[in-house]
Each structure stands twice: as structure tokens, then as C-alpha cells.
Design a protein around this ligand. Structure first.
Ligand code: KIV
Length: 285
């Protein structure tokens, strides 16, 4: 279902430039706890942001761009500069959805102060409204430090891709009781620290149920069942741009076939001189 927008052309000191429409805010996201599920998609480019914005409550500039856009082997090599460039494009391409930007590996773990410096820089460079960072109880003091200083934080627990070198892969988490208890504990710690939302990734269903029931913030699931306050997918997975996707992904299109079919038709027409034709050719007046 598409969201209906109200055009806001008024200005004030708080909004010095007329805004085409009001963006979703942190309090509005919080209010969706237990209500209509929140819709979030990743976006890395201005065009995808424009196309997704009317349908989404939140757009996530995910560090998954390292793999999806740059062909990197994991999210570990992603830099703050990469996040800033794509984050600014997504903000430029959207008017309605809240834009959340991932803090890349190495930009926040060392100390709360380092995290604040990185997060503030990202928000200034991009105009995004909030940052997302991975990790559980160990990151709770950092989440509190940022929130106390005015930076909204979305947590990320369960399967945390930046920890792939520790986890050894991208398999679902929480299959043992001990691991399940740790993930629930992690989520609750991030919640107590003041996160307004948390991504719950790649966990067995009972963990999603328990976390969503026990935390005050909204949970946004990816591979975490329907029992969350919202859902997120990597947009290119959802669009079918890759032949292989994780089991939890539903492909709503077949972009890989579409794009490669267009490239094949173009190549055939260039080689046979069918393109460019009269309609694409300039003639003197
Ligand atoms: O980087 C990303 O795209 C993410 C989503 C998978 C939640 O963190």
C-alpha cells in the first residue's frame, strides 16, 4: 500500500526552506510499536530512493552497499566516505521516509567518543536522521552516549554481518538456547540504552517473538519471521537482481533477467545497425 503525502509548502525558522513533505520522525517510528508494520528497504542511489520513498517508512543506506554496489567480499572494507556519498544521494532522492545510515566497521567500536565523531560527521555530510550500528550489550554504552547527545540510533542484533570473521559465515543465529539467550540479552541492552529501533537479523522465530515482546523500541526483522514491528530487505535481493539469495528473501521481480535481456537486445541491435534508427537520429532543419 502506498503512503499518501501532504505537501507542506510553508516555511518557518525550524524549516527555513519549504519542504515538499514532512519526513517520518523518530517519535512516529516509535509509535508504530505493535501497530501497522514498518516498511524499510535499503537504498544506495538517488533513483532507487525516489522509487522506494513513497512506499517506505524508512530507507536504510546499508553497508551492504559494499557487496551490492562495490563487489567487496563483505561489509568489513566499507568506509565512512563510501557511506557518506551514498547517504547524501539517498537523502536527495527522498522526501518522506526517514533515512537511516549504517556506521561502517571500524568507525564506532573503539570508543563512544569515536562513535560520536563518526556519527556526527555522517549526519552532517548526508542529512540522514539516524545511524545504525551493529552489536549487543558491548555496544550499549556507545548507544547511550550517542542518544544522550542527540543522535538517534538503530541497533542491529542477531546475525551481524560486520562480525563475519568472528561468526564464520552468514547462517541463522540462535539455534542453541545459550546463543538465543545472548541475542535476547543483547537486544534488551540496546533497548535500555535508548535505541529507537533495532534490526533483528537472521534469527529463529522464538527470538523475534521474545525480543519484540520485551523491548520498548520497534524491532525490524530481516530473516526474523513476521513477529517483528517491521521488515527490511536489501532492495536488490527483493528486486531479483541476484540469482542466489538467502532463504528469507522473497523475490518480487526478476531484475537480473530483465537487465541482461535489455543489454542483449541493445547489443544485437548495435551489431545489426538496427540501433540507432531514424527516431534516435538528428537531421539538419
Ligand atoms: O547493510 C544492510 O543492508 C543491513 C540490512 C541487511 C539490515 O544492515
Amino acid at each position: 500500500m502506498s503512503t499518501t503525502f501532504t505537501i507542506d509548502s510553508s516555511t518557518s525558522r525550524a524549516t527555513p526552506v519549504s519542504a515538499p513533505m514532512k519526513r517520518v520522525t523518530v517519535p512516529a517510528v516509535r509509535k508504530r510499536k505493535g501497530a501497522e508494520p514498518l516498511v524499510m528497504l535499503t537504498a544506495y542511489t538517488v533513483r532507487n530512493a525516489q522509487l522506494f520513498d513513497p512506499h517506505c517508512d524508512l530507507l536504510l543506506v546499508g553497508d551492504s552497499l559494499g557487496q551490492v554496489i562495490y563487489g567487496l567480499p563483505s561489509t568489513v572494507p566499507v568506509t565512512l566516505e563510501m557511506m557518506a556519498a551514498h547517504g547524501a544521494a539517498v537523502v536527495r532522492g527522498s522526501y518522506h521516509a526517514m533515512v537511516v545510515i549504517d556506521m561502517p566497521f571500524g568507525s564506532y567500536e573503539a570508543s563512544p567518543e569515536k562513535a560520536f565523531e563518526s556519527a556526527a560527521w555522517l549526519l552532517k555530510q548526508t542529512g540522514a536522521a539516524a545511524v545504525k550500528l551493529e552489536g549487543g550489550a558491548a555496544m550499549a554504552p556507545t548507544v547511550k552516549f550517542l542518544v544522550d547527545r542527540g543522535i538517534p540510533v538503530m541497533g542491529h542484533v542477531g546475525l551481524t554481518p560486520q562480525a563475519v570473521n568472528m561468526l564464520g559465515g552468514y547462517g541463522a543465529r540462535g539455534r542453541t538456547q545459550e546463543e538465543a539467550a545472548k541475542i535476547i540479552d543483547d537486544g534488551q541492552a540496546i533497548d535500555r540504552a535508548g535505541a529507537f529501533a533495532m534490526v533483528v537479523e537472521g534469527v529463529v522465530e522464538p527470538i523475534a517473538i521474545e525480543l519484540t515482546r520485551t523491548v520498548e523500541c520497534v524491532t525490524i526483522g530481516i530473516g526474523a519471521s513476521a513477529h517483528c514491528d517491521g521488515q527490511v530487505l536489501v532492495a536488490e535481493d527483493m528486486l531479483g537482481l541476484f540469482e542466489r539469495t538467502p532463504r528469507f528473501v522473497k523475490r518480487y521481480g526478476d531484475m537480473a533477467s530483465f537487465v541482461s535481456g535489455c543489454a542483449e537486445a541493445y547489443a544485437d541491435e548495435v551489431r545489426s545497425r538496427a540501433f540507432p534508427g531514424p527516431a534516435q537520429t538528428y537531421q539538419p532543419k
